[in-house]
Ligand binder design. Structure first.
Ligand code: SF4
Ligand code: SF4
Length: 364
């Protein structure tokens, strides 16, 4: 199971599209009550019996708001959760990384640092100086962190995908994942599709060139599609993000949601930490949520991309996201024989091509 824990709904910045925007209050803010940590730990323990197999990992992801505003609470949770057998991640906007003791960060397996594309688009959304500040913080931590640092890029319509990835990968972060922003309408859909395709093609060409030279770039969407095509995919039948199956977002008030974008919205509420929540296979699969998925040739790889988008958006809007997904998967497919030949020649296994972390939505 993956537990996304809202430690706080306060944030030190305010991004226009933030999934927590509905509930984030910069002034007051709510905190997850420290005295409920034992109850939360008990909830996670109880739910272990619903794992499909004993190797399935439990993940606690510190989330918010900006969880580093309350980094002392992370230490408290870790103390309370000793012996729980979970792995840890944290989502941050990166601005406070220099004010947190590195020993605290080294309890994590993965540190997700969010970017809004390259410097110009990032600062358009987050303010002047914010990009350089994150980069300076990451430079300051280079060589001192034990965890994987993952750059998580939100792709907006104006995002230069290629520059956004290559500016940080290998220099400041170990791996990159990007996610296309969820919205019910694009301003310039055709322009966005064109730009996205160009960026994706350049990235895939770069990835393939490096593979030929014996280097695997940690560009997660490409790695996930390549490994699923060559080695098969063992995850859930729908939605790689786990929404509807293994994903639980826990709000500061203990309510649980099937997706972090629904926090504060009753439509996404599935229980409370005082309940016991069995696996959510009751949720309908992507092929029933959206008719196009039934006859879609990339369905076994895409798995519906985003449950929220398929649930809420118009058919026209869903098809625009599908055009982006189909293009990305198509790029890999067109070249899969060549990729497979290189992988075979070098004797690579799954983890050589895709060493993880595996805790992203994988399909942007
Ligand atoms: S690309 Fe679109 S139609 Fe195809 S499986 Fe994904 S969401 Fe469904
Ligand atoms: S990809 Fe999954 S977790 Fe992300 S918004 Fe969509 S349904 Fe929610």
């Amino acid at each position: 199971m993956e537990y996304y824990l809202f430690l706080t709904d306060r944030c030190n910045i305010s991004c226009s599209y933030c999934s927590a925007g509905r509930v984030v209050s910069r002034k007051e803010g709510r905190l997850f009550p420290r005295d409920r940590f034992p109850e939360l730990v008990e909830f996670i323990k109880k739910n272990k019996k619903y794992r499909k197999n004993s190797d399935e990992e439990d993940i606690v992801m510190f989330f918010g708001g900006e969880p580093l505003l309350e980094w002392q609470m992370i230490e408290e949770f870790l103390k309370c959760a000793q012996g729980l057998d979970v792995r840890y991640g944290l989502y941050t906007n990166g601005l406070l990384l220099d004010s947190v003791p590195v020993e605290v960060l080294n309890n994590l397996d993965v540190l997700f640092v969010s970017f809004d594309g390259d410097k110009s688009s990032h600062e358009k959304h987050r303010g002047n100086g914010t990009y350089d500040k994150i980069i300076a913080n990451l430079k300051g931590l280079r060589g001192r962190l034990k965890c994987t640092v993952l750059g998580r890029i939100t792709v907006e319509e104006e995002t230069n995908l290629f520059a956004s990835v290559t500016n940080i990968l290998g220099r400041f972060v170990d791996a990159v994942y990007w996610q296309i922003v969820n919205k019910p309408r694009f301003n310039d859909a055709q322009g966005f599709i064109r730009r996205y395709r160009e960026g994706a093609e350049r990235l895939f060409r770069l990835w393939l060139e490096r593979l030929k030279e014996g280097e695997v770039l940690n560009i997660i969407p490409i790695q996930a599609i390549v490994t699923s095509s060559i080695f098969g995919y063992n995850g859930s039948a729908s939605f790689r993000c786990g929404a509807g199956t293994i994903h639980r977002t826990i709000d500061v008030d203990g309510h649980i949601y099937w997706c972090d974008e629904y926090v504060g919205d009753e439509r996404g509420r599935i229980g409370h930490i005082t309940d016991e929540i069995p696996p959510l296979e009751i949720f309908i699969p992507h092929t029933e949520l959206f008719e196009d998925c039934r006859k879609c040739d990339v369905s076994p790889l895409c798995l519906g991309r985003c449950r929220k988008a398929l649930t809420e958006y118009s058919t026209e809007q869903k098809r625009l996201y599908c055009a982006l997904t189909r293009h990305l998967i198509g790029l890999v497919r067109k070249n899969i024989d060549e990729v497979k030949r290189i992988v075979d020649e070098r004797g690579y296994g799954f983890e050589d091509v895709y060493p993880g972390p595996y805790w992203t939505e994988e399909i942007p």
